[in-house]
Design a protein around this ligand. Structure first.
Ligand code: SAM
Length: 277
């Protein structure tokens, strides 16, 4: 195991602090510090950046981020059992690690961090997509973050980078590709985690674009896309008919065929349709 800092190996940390994994909190821990350092490197140049980490758990990725030179890390962890382990890391990096015991959905990172800010996390599966959608759909753009480097179940990662015409193409692909440049940068087998989940995982890196690729209001785009893909096998005119009585006219005005299915519509088409509302 790599000696990236003077702290004990993660298996010892887990044993000392009795951090048996809780399924309800999506706890699958990474114990290999080589791997967490590699993930931290995928986040880009961290020197001069503050980093938001959601769900540090025993702190493997946190240690990677600090060892890679992050100016400051804000780590939000719901499980209070992890706090003593995280406190040991804070002591090894004085003034550089702020830990908040709470729900990441309730914390405003800008109250604690200074731009430029990067986000890096091995996300809990239960709030992962909700957080991603939030980070992608603020009213104003550019957002508080410069990049997101996030571990998801591989199936979710595939949905984020999917292109029109594929089964994985849907709301996540449209929202992610509208305002950022997402790519899968690492794949991990179940055995990389303790306990091993049933599925493979992947790390997605998203760089925020300076401006969205096409003009659209985030709330309207989000609603149009969610409604269209809710019945993805249906033609757009029936999938979207609840949104407006004159939906066929709006589809035509957006340059879309009412008989098309959501799966075939490129990002530009969804943005044009959102502008019709
Ligand atoms: N980063 C660690 C690692 O890579 O080993 C742990 C990752 S584990 C997949 C997800 C972590 O998120 C757990 O430590 C869990 O307690 C925490 N968590 C779950 N829901 C959360 C929430 N709503 N807000 C903050 N942390 C949460």
């Amino acid at each position: 195991m790599a000696q990236i800092d003077g702290l004990p190996p993660l298996s010892d940390v887990i044993r000392t602090h009795e951090l048996s994994a809780k399924k309800s909190l999506g706890q699958n821990f990474l114990l290999d510090l080589n791997l967490t350092a590699k993930i931290a490197r995928q986040a880009g140049d961290l020197s001069g950046c503050d980093v938001l980490e959601v769900g540090p758990g025993p702190g493997g990725l946190t240690r990677g981020l600090l060892a890679e030179g992050a100016r400051r890390v804000l780590a939000i962890e719901k499980d209070a059992r992890c706090l003593p382990a995280l406190d040991e890391i804070a002591q090894a990096y004085p003034g550089q690690l702020l830990v908040i015991n709470g729900d990441a959905l309730d914390v405003d990172p800008l109250a604690h961090l200074t731009p430029p800010i990067r986000v890096a996390a091995n996300l809990p599966y239960n709030v992962g997509t909700e957080l991603l959608v939030r980070w992608l759909t603020p009213k104003a753009w550019p957002p508080f973050w410069q990049s997101l480097t996030l571990m998801f179940q591989r199936e979710v990662a595939n949905r984020i980078v999917a292109t029109p015409g594929s089964k994985a193409y849907g709301r996540l692909a449209v929202l992610a590709q509208w305002r950022s440049d997402p790519r899968i940068v690492m794949e991990l087998p179940p055995e990389a985690f303790v306990p091993a989940p049933k599925v493979h995982s992947a790390v997605v890196h998203l760089d925020a674009l300076p401006t969205p690729r096409f003009d659209a209001d985030p709330a309207k785009l989000s609603r149009v896309v969610a409604t269209a893909f809710n019945q993805r096998r249906k033609m757009l005119r029936s999938a979207l008919k609840g949104m407006a009585p004159d939906i066929e006219d709006r589809l035509l005005a957006a340059g879309l065929k009412p008989t098309e299915r959501a799966e075939q519509v490129p990002l530009e088409g969804f943005c044009a349709l959102a502008r019709q509302f």
